[in-house]
Design a protein around this ligand. Structure first.
Ligand code: C2E
Ligand code: CA
Ligand code: CA
Length: 753
């Protein structure tokens, strides 16, 4: 009977059976003995061979008694089954792997039995040798195929688990005590442990095996940098330092070691190593198989590295190393998808005037600023928080522990403070600010809604000039929605004739007579009624609709002026028209104005164009040439909102302008704030020395009017006289004024014709 322990060896057994078939049959022929041969799976099925006998359980029990002693050697075992005598001998290629059993009836003399058994044992011996070779080949081929299959599909996040289980499989299959995989880190010039089996229970800290420099005094580790061929070390070989290190790290006796390099090209990338406590011999076939496995491991590690790099490219911002937009969107979606009701805060951070930094100090400085800001933002965040760079100068933060608007405001203000801390770029300290929009998440919010809200808050912060934190709330939401609606309807509204020009008189503060009018646009919004210019002009300016709207205003104003010409032929009405920078800088602006003047037949001198101080200063070079063209055309020019744009009069003195309109904030503060008075006095004095006329806006009270007159202000606008009114009402005002003027012509003391 032939029994085999290991189910893996079924295939081997089949070939054994064929080889012993002839010799055993001869023994059976020559003796009164039966030979039982067969195989068993872990005490399960027993296949009888060369005999008619079934294999009853007693026989199986006898076989297992043989197996139980792993080291049977060539002992012959005796047993009995009923009246039958049983003799057994081992076939072994590792330990006792199979048994051959002779069965004799009680009449057969023991000598015959023993002689027959001896021939059988010879056969067993031969079989053992053949089996040993083929079993090993069989096991190793299988091992390599199995490992190749597992490694082929492995992805980065499974890698560690698969490496661990691969090492375990190798150890178990080859009966080795421990196994490790190390990689060479060429930058650190060290060998790094990346997997081991079994995991050590007590790893010393620091772990002497984790990172071992190539220039270690241990000859084994120092060989790892360039290891090109397998190395075998046994307890008897003189690698004392290595044995010592292993004893410290593992706490075991002297060991046998096999190391196979991971060397897919002519660079050694790591090592696959095996440690067996005590002496162990390595066969050539084993080393060959381990080389193949090391090759497979090298391939997988290289592939996962490449995938990691691609992943980094796809998910990381190259400059700062922060997660990118994609990661951020995934993260925020995850947080919103979790059922937790705990809100979190989203901050959008935009560095102010990054372009100026780039222009002034160069792009390297700009990059340094971005990187430093990224670091500061990361430092400000907790472990579970996320900082990502969206693009250019824009970052986002998800703050998990910030759950209320007040806390968001506090956190954002702190972060803004961090970002303001000056940064050394070269020898130069650069201080930069940022704008931050924040929103706290609410139940049921979508990624889009949350982002949009934070962006709204950011835009609001930017629109105030930056260096500010704005928290999203309902008021901001409504305002933004209204803006969005205006933006959508603006184009159509021009075609549908929803715009109308209103006119506000400019008057002489002393005589209260009208000295001119200013055209101010209104929108008859079908749902929201009459909208004042402040509500939609900024929208038109930002969406490039201002050019079309401005052209409509110019033609409408010129037409109206022509209509009023009959009111006072010898004393034509002066009309001021506001011009946005976007219109003013357009190439056909002057031509179009010339056409409007020509078509309506108005006198160019009766038209005054108002441009704001800030836009003049911002684009002073381009503006100057247009101003000269307009001067040539004959229209008057005024600087609007003067005093708000931080320009000095000196900057304006060379510009071909005629009038300064002093911003309404001065007139409105003049009664209560003595410093406003001083500023107005200053502006008036300078204007006079540059030979410019002045108009004060926003005069609402008699008291303010009196103070202004005292300061020498004559021309004014404001609710004290009249707000902006429709063309029809203005016609009436003008008519009354001109009639009055006609009657008391001699009494008027108007400075301007
Ligand atoms: P602005 O040129 O400074 O116009 C004066 C603004 O102050 C007007 O607001 C006017 O209604 C308001 N105002 C007049 N008197 C007083 C007063 O005594 N007290 C107060 N508190 N306010 C007074 P409006 O019409 O809303 O225009 C706002 C701005 O929109 C204008 O400022 C001007 O810059 C721009 N704008 C108006 N119409 C047009 C236009 O047709 N084209 C362009 N491009 N911009 C325009
Ligand atoms: Ca104006
Ligand atoms: Ca103004």
């Amino acid at each position: 009977m032939l029994l085999v322990k290991d189910e893996l060896l079924d295939g081997v057994l089949q070939s054994l059976v064929q080889q012993v078939d002839g010799p055993l049959a001869a023994i059976v022929r020559r003796t009164p003995l039966s030979v039982l041969a067969g195989c068993s799976r872990d005490g399960g099925q027993v296949r009888a061979w060369l005999t008619e006998l079934d294999a009853p359980s007693e026989l199986v029990g006898f076989c297992h008694a043989l197996f139980a002693n792993d080291d049977v050697g060539s002992d012959v075992r005796h047993g009995s089954y009923g009246d039958w005598q049983l003799l057994g001998g081992p076939i072994s290629w590792h330990s006792t792997d199979a048994v051959l059993i002779l069965v004799a009836d009680p009449a057969t003399p023991l000598v015959v039995c023993t002689t027959a058994l001896e021939s059988c044992l010879d056969i067993c011996d031969r079989l053992s040798k053949v089996a040993h070779a083929s079993v090993e080949r069989y096991r190793l081929d299988d091992l390599v195929t199995d490992i190749a299959t597992v490694l082929t599909g492995v992805s980065g996040h499974q890698l560690q688990t698969v490496l661990d289980s691969t090492l375990e499989t190798i150890c178990r299959m080859l009966g080795i005590d421990t196994c490790f995989l190390r990689r060479n880190d060429l930058e650190q010039r060290a060998s790094i442990l990346i997997a081991e089996w079994p995991r050590r229970q007590h790893v010393p800290d620091p772990d002497p095996l984790r990172t071992v420099p190539f220039d270690s005094d241990d000859p084994v580790f120092s060989s790892l940098e360039t290891l090109a061929a397998p190395v075998l070390i046994t307890p008897s070989s003189a690698q004392n330092r290595y044995q010592e290190r292993i004893q410290v790290a593992i706490g075991g006796p002297a060991v046998s070691l096999a190391m196979v390099p991971l060397r897919p090209s002519d660079v050694t990338e790591g090592v696959l190593g095996f440690i067996h406590f005590g002496e162990r011999a390595w066969t050539d076939a084993e080393i060959r198989a381990l080389r193949v496995i090391a090759g497979l491991l090298a391939q997988v590690l290289a592939r996962v590295d490449a995938e990691d790099r691609l992943h980094t490219l796809a998910y990381r911002d190259v400059l700062t190393g922060l997660p990118n937009r994609r990661v951020f969107l995934e993260e925020i979606a995850n947080r919103l998808a979790t059922t937790s009701t705990q809100p979190f805060t989203l901050l959008v951070v935009d560095l102010d005037r990054l372009k100026t930094t780039n222009d002034t100090f160069g792009h390297t400085a700009g990059d340094a600023l971005i990187t430093a800001s990224a670091q500061r933002l990361s430092t400000a965040c907790g472990k579970t928080d996320l900082v990502a760079r969206l693009d250019g100068d824009e970052f986002v933060l998800i703050l998990d522990s910030v759950t209320t608007a007040e806390a968001a405001c506090h956190a954002a203000t702190t972060i803004l403070g961090d970002l303001r801390v000056p940064l050394m770029i070269g020898a130069q300290p650069i201080q930069r600010s940022a704008s931050i929009g924040a929103v706290t998440s609410w139940q049921g919010a979508s990624v889009h809604e949350l982002m949009r809200s934070a962006d709204m808050a950011l835009l609001e912060a930017k629109s105030h000039g930056g260096d500010e934190v704005v928290i999203f709330d309902d008021i901001l939401d409504q305002r933004t929605r209204r803006r969005g609606d205006l933006e959508l309807r603006l184009g159509g509204a021009i075609d549908d004739g929803e715009f109308e020009l209103f006119y506000q008189p400019e008057f002489d503060l002393r005589t209260r007579r009208i000295t001119g009018v200013e055209a101010l646009i209104r929108w008859n919004h079908p749902e929201r009624g009459l909208l004042s210019a402040d509500e939609f002009i900024p929208v038109a300016e930002q969406t490039n609709r201002i050019r079309r709207l401005g052209r409509w205003v110019t033609w409408q104003a010129c037409t109206q002026l022509a209509n009023w010409a009959h009111l006072s032929r010898e004393n034509p009405i002066r009309m001021a028209v506001n011009v946005s920078p976007g219109e003013f800088l357009a190439v056909d602006f002057v031509d179009d104005l010339r056409a409007a003047i020509g078509a309506t037949g108005i006198q160019p001198r009766s038209l005054c164009l108002e441009i704001t101080e800030s836009s003049v200063i911002r684009d002073i070079r381009t503006v100057v040439s247009t101003l000269h063209e307009l001067r040539t055309l004959g229209v008057e020019l005024a600087i609007d909102d003067f005093g708000t744009g931080h320009s000095s009069l000196a900057q304006l003195k060379d510009l071909p302008v005629d009038v300064l309109k002093i911003d309404r904030s001065f007139a409105m503060g003049i009664e209560t704030d003595p410093s406003e008075r001083a500023i107005v006095t200053g502006i008036l004095g300078l204007a006079q020395s540059f030979n410019l006329d002045t108009v004060v806006e926003g005069v609402e009270t008699e008291a303010a009017a009196r103070i202004l007159v005292d300061l020498g202000c004559i021309r004014a606008q404001g609710y004290l006289m009249a707000p902006a009114v429709s063309a029809a009402s203005m016609t009436e005002l003008l008519h009354n004024d001109r009639t009055l003027s006609h009657r008391s012509k001699l009494l008027t003391s108007r400075k301007h014709p």
